[in-house]
Design a protein around this ligand. Structure first.
Ligand SMILES: C[S@@+](CC[C@H](N)C(=O)[O-])C[C@H]1O[C@@H](n2cnc3c(N)ncnc32)[C@H](O)[C@@H]1O
Length: 301
């Protein structure tokens, strides 16, 4: 699994830049355009929130856990639009602090280890872009990926009643994933292997599931899949919109970019993080089908 240090590198480093660009409680996961790319990013994110809340049947008073809550976009939506009682967990200290400052209930905690002793049980649970971080390259190489996901779904089952629903969306590997041995920052800079190396640098400690069937297989003893849709094209559009907002001038934000420059020059891993100013590895991986993206709704059996 990505460690707290890994996730702080990915998320806490960009905390202020993110909030200045996308908004205090902005989404850092693929939006939902449903084929209508004339929507604004904010409209498409709101459409996603609505889809998730409807799929999970979230109503006034529903108790909802958001695993890997980021800066709290979904918690904010269900609090204000659905009258639900939300709780979030993240492994990024800065995200948790920002969420609390915005009136949300959020702890720094590993969501995979939550038991009913921590917060009781929930009516509905979400994990919007968190599963990407559950398995590290080393764990995948040691053959532990399936058991990590199966344990996650087993623990998740303890937190929901029978018939309770879980929404997740995750990047997964696609049909064009290059051989692992070819992945390198020294590879040809336009190659699939190079873009995958940038992804690994940007998201240390994280190795993706091999498609929705892989996730469904690991969930099967505890959950049935009730809905599935691809968000790959939506994610490509989302990334384009993010890049515009990250580049938009703001004096405080650009001062932060400048302060990151020395780390950029000395640490190749930072190249992934400044992808707002170059070609985004994330976007290229989706365009080339090195990666796919899926939204899955599960129901506890
Ligand atoms: C791509 S961000 C998505 C954030 C948010 N769900 C959204 O849609 O904006 C991934 C989030 O997952 C969190 N995360 C990853 N692994 C986690 C774990 N094991 N326990 C808790 N949070 C985790 C990260 O800290 C981060 O907040």
């Amino acid at each position: 699994m990505a460690s707290q240090q890994d996730l702080d590198f990915t998320y806490s480093t960009i905390d202020q830049v993110f909030r200045l660009s996308i908004g205090e409680t902005g989404d850092y996961s693929g939006a939902m355009y449903n084929g209508d790319f004339s929507l604004t990013l904010e409209q498409a994110q709101a459409q996603k929130h609505q889809f998730i809340a409807d799929s999970l049947r979230i109503r006034p008073g529903s108790k909802v856990l958001d695993m890997g809550c980021g800066w709290g976009p979904f918690l904010t939506y269900i609090k204000h639009q659905r009258g639900a009682i939300g709780r979030g967990v993240t492994l990024s200290q800065e995200q948790a602090e920002a969420c609390r400052n915005n009136g949300l209930t959020v702890d720094v905690k590993d969501c995979r280890l939550i038991t009913p002793d921590d917060y009781g049980t929930f009516d509905a649970i979400t994990c919007i872009g968190g599963m990407e971080h559950f398995c590290s390259i080393e764990q995948w190489q040691a053959g532990e990926q399936d058991s990590i996901y199966a344990n996650f779904f087993k623990n998740l089952g303890d937190l929901l009643p029978t018939g309770g629903r879980f929404y997740m969306q995750s990047m997964v590997f696609g049909e064009q994933l290059p051989p692992f041995d070819s992945i390198s920052l020294q590879a040809d800079p336009d190659s699939d292997a190079y873009y995958m190396a940038l992804m690994i640098a940007q998201f240390p400690g994280s190795w993706l599931p091999y498609g929705p069937a892989h996730i469904g297989h690991c969930a099967r003893p505890y959950f049935k899949l009730v809905s599935i849709s691809s968000g790959r094209l939506d994610y490509i559009e989302t990334i384009g919109q993010w890049r515009r907002r990250f580049r938009a001038f703001n004096a405080r934000k650009y001062a932060i970019y400048v302060s990151l420059l020395p780390r950029l020059l000395t640490n190749p891993a930072f190249r992934g993080l400044i992808s707002v100013f170059r070609k985004s590895p994330n976007r290229v991986c989706f365009e080339r089908k090195i990666m796919e993206h899926y939204r899955l709704v599960f129901e506890k059996v």
